[in-house]
Write a protein that binds this ligand. Structure first.
Ligand code: ATP
Ligand code: MG
Length: 687
């Protein structure tokens, strides 16, 4: 008998490619699979083109799960994926899309066994990573041994991270970034190795591990079969914001695409702004070397901004010597000339922005969400945050948000971490220390026993009954409570009872767990410890509400760690109404656009930063950052700077506008200076 298997009919395109895309973009979308690099300026539709390429692949019959899409933030990935869903009317949930860290996390949950991580590994956030680094330094006696002080954990952390990200030996990284520490390079390398060992013992990954362990899966000769499975999983790899990836990410992309060679990367060398984190623009330059037969394509038409805004951006970026020259052509109609607004001081700067925002909102019906305020450093937004709050203008701050980094949040989360990954000694120590009568030493000893690093029966007193093998954490706690003295004993007994609840396999919802922890312990602790206990308890209730939506604690913890990670993209909103003004660092605003953009603190020495002025390459990076800022604006751009800076104790200082503006200041003008006058206040008795 003959039996014919029908292949599913390719999805009908619901859209007309030649209507939605220009010919240059269409060429990218329709290019045959193979290595492709799209090198193009801001707002030329790189992200849009990549999205359409995904849609076209799926429409042509590629199952969504065979596509790997790497983006700068998870939010960007979600937006691209849902756009594809809109275009095709199909479910794209099985597409692997997100940041490199997000994807690495997923892959290691599945294949981590091969590199010494079981699927329940915990993720170390940067603060915990520093704690572990200090422990390693102390353990090796380095703090005392060397004549000079050993570098602080923060410095070690960034050196280790750079060495991993750039895939270079520690010695070279130290040479390049901290030459003064060169005589300690060997010891630093030792610390790095020991730190790696400790993470493995504790079944933990830091953010860099999410990439470097994934890389090991792909290139360790002993893991060749894992590598084959991993590679065979995807038929197409696509990468947005390629200009900001580091050597590790570049290698990952190349390795994942090694067999099928269907690799589409889009980027703009003029927007490379992460070299401080090891991003390497040379990856673009030698893309064609690494990928024989690569096609390099260009997009030259900017759809985002008015000609006025582009003129300013084009004129500025031309001052960079090490830059592929490219002028963006506008298709939009003419709009207002970008404004340069000198203000008396930071307070007046904040008042100006708040007042102008309200004006645009009320008089021109501009929704708040269509405006953004961008700045070089997070601290540049503080006065504005105060002013917005005073005027009750809802706003959100996009940045490595502090909500999840606060002590009370991390305390409660440490319970979940220890529950999910009992080998996580750091989590145990953190939560044990919260209990009355439990000091550092006791906490550390207990943590070793709970994590399996030490046998709880080892120091048993004569006559005491031993713990059965394979005891649960709850049982170990109950057992240990029996030997505790003073206040620690009832405390540990209570903790053991709480743990029995947390361990209950029929109850896996992380929101419920958080409420149990707060109810049985943390609420009390907060009352005793914090002045603002009630605010903190509210926070925890919010956290429980957020956690509730996850199927289990592991998913919740992964999301949490990745949220506060490199790709920090959380939004803390005052009340979080739908319509709010966005405040963001320029770094975090990459790839985004708003009709109206305010840029703050465009004073020389602040932007570019003083520290960058010694090194021409750094100034060029700052100029690229300025280019990113200006090209976020579609219609109106307001560039503000304070004329006077208070210096705390010393005399105040006069500031000049950023050199990035000064150097563009010639005819024909690309910006217009505004003069701010203060209206006499209504309440002024003189009027
Ligand atoms: P960036 O460099 O900032 O990441 P980009 O090159 O990724 O920018 P997109 O964000 O994809 O550019 O596109 C910029 C804007 O232009 C978006 O609003 C997009 O929808 C619009 N756009 C791009 N191409 C077209 C087109 N062919 N027709 C209409 N609008 C377009
Ligand atoms: Mg983009």
């Amino acid at each position: 008998m003959k039996y014919v298997l029908k292949t599913a009919a390719p999805k009908k395109l619901r859209f007309d490619l030649s209507r939605d895309l220009n010919p240059q973009q269409l060429a990218v979308v329709e290019a045959a699979p193979g290595p492709i690099l799209v090198l193009a300026g801001a707002g030329t539709g790189k992200t849009r083109t990549l999205t359409y390429r995904v849609a076209r692949l799926v429409a042509g019959g590629v199952p969504p799960e065979r596509i790997l899409l790497c983006t700068f933030t998870n939010r960007a990935a979600r937006e691209m994926v849902s756009r594809v869903e809109e275009l095709l009317g199909i479910d794209m949930r099985r597409c692997s899309a997100g940041t490199f860290h997000h994807i690495g996390n997923r892959i290691l949950r599945e294949f981590g066994e091969a590199v010494g991580r079981s699927s329940d590994f915990g993720i170390l956030d940067p603060e915990d990573a520093r704690t572990l680094l200090s422990a390693v330094v102390a353990e090796q006696g380095l703090a005392k041994l060397t004549a000079r002080r050993f570098p602080a954990p923060k410095v070690l952390q960034s050196l280790i991270s750079l060495a991993t990200g750039t895939r270079r030996p520690m010695r070279r990284v130290v040479e390049e970034h901290k030459i003064k520490l060169l005589d300690q390079a060997v010891a630093i390398d030792h610390v790095a190795q020991r730190y790696a060992e400790r993470k493995r013992q504790m079944n933990l990954c830091d953010f860099d591990d999410l990439l470097s362990q994934w890389m090991r899966l792909l290139e360790d000769p002993e893991l060749a079969s894992v590598a084959r499975t991993l590679r065979a999983r995807y038929d197409h790899v696509l990468v947005d914001e390629y200009q900001d990836i580091n050597a590790m990410q570049g290698a990952l992309v190349d390795a994942m695409a090694l067999e099928h060679r269907s690799l589409t990367c889009v980027g703009d060398d003029a927007q490379s702004i992460y070299s401080f984190r090891g991003a390497d623009i040379r990856l673009i330059a030698d893309f064609a070397h690494r990928n024989a037969g690569a096609t390099i394509l260009k997009l030259t038409i900017n759809y985002r901004s008015t000609p006025e805004i582009l003129q300013l951006a084009n004129r500025s970026i031309r001052h960079n010597k090490h830059q592929h020259p490219k002028d963006l052509q506008a298709v939009k109609q003419s709009g207002p000339t970008p404004a340069l607004i000198p203000l008396r001081d930071v307070y007046q700067q904040a008042e100006f922005v708040a007042q102008r925002v309200l004006e645009l909102h009320h008089e021109y019906n501009m929704p708040l969400s269509r405006m953004a305020v961008l700045y070089r450093n997070h601290s540049h937004s503080l006065e504005l945050q105060v002013e917005l709050t005073r005027r009750q203008i809802p706003f959100s701050v996009r940045s490595g948000l502090r909500f999840f980094e606060q002590a009370h949040i991390k305390d409660v989360v440490s319970y979940l971490r220890a529950r999910e990954n009992p080998r996580d000694e750091l989590a145990w120590v953190r939560l044990l220390r919260l209990w009355p009568g439990v000091g550092v030493q006791t906490a550390e000893t207990l943590a070793r026993r709970l994590s399996g690093a030490e046998d709880p029966n080892q120091h048993l007193r004569a006559g005491a009954s031993p713990l059965p093998a394979r005891a649960t954490s709850g049982q170990i706690l109950a057992h240990q409570a029996g030997f505790a003295r003073g206040r620690a004993r009832p405390a540990l007994e209570r903790l053991a009872r709480l743990w029995a609840v947390l361990e209950d396999p029929t109850q896996v919802n992380p929101g419920v767990m958080i409420r149990a922890i707060v109810g049985a312990h943390y609420s009390d602790y907060a009352e005793r410890t914090f002045n603002n206990a009630s605010v903190r308890k509210d926070d925890l209730e919010q956290l429980a509400g957020f956690a509730e939506r996850f199927p289990d604690a592991r998913e919740f913890l992964s999301e949490l760690s990745l949220l506060q990670g490199l790709s920090a993209e959380n939004v803390v909103a005052a009340g979080d109404p739908d319509d709010h003004l966005v405040l963001s660092t320029i770094h975090q605003a990459k790839g985004l656009e708003w009709p109206i953009v305010f840029a703050l603190w465009l004073a020389d020495g602040r932007f570019p930063m003083k520290q960058s002025l010694r090194d021409p390459a750094s100034v060029e990076e700052e100029r690229r950052l300025f280019y990113v800022a200006t090209t976020r604006a579609a219609d109106e751009l307001y560039m503000c700077y304070p004329l006077i800076e208070e210096t705390g104790d010393g005399p105040s200082r006069w500031l000049r506008p950023s050199r990035f503006l000064a150097e563009c200041d010639r005819a024909p003008a690309v910006f217009e200076r505004w003069q701010i006058e203060e209206a006499p206040s209504d309440a002024d008795p003189g009027t």
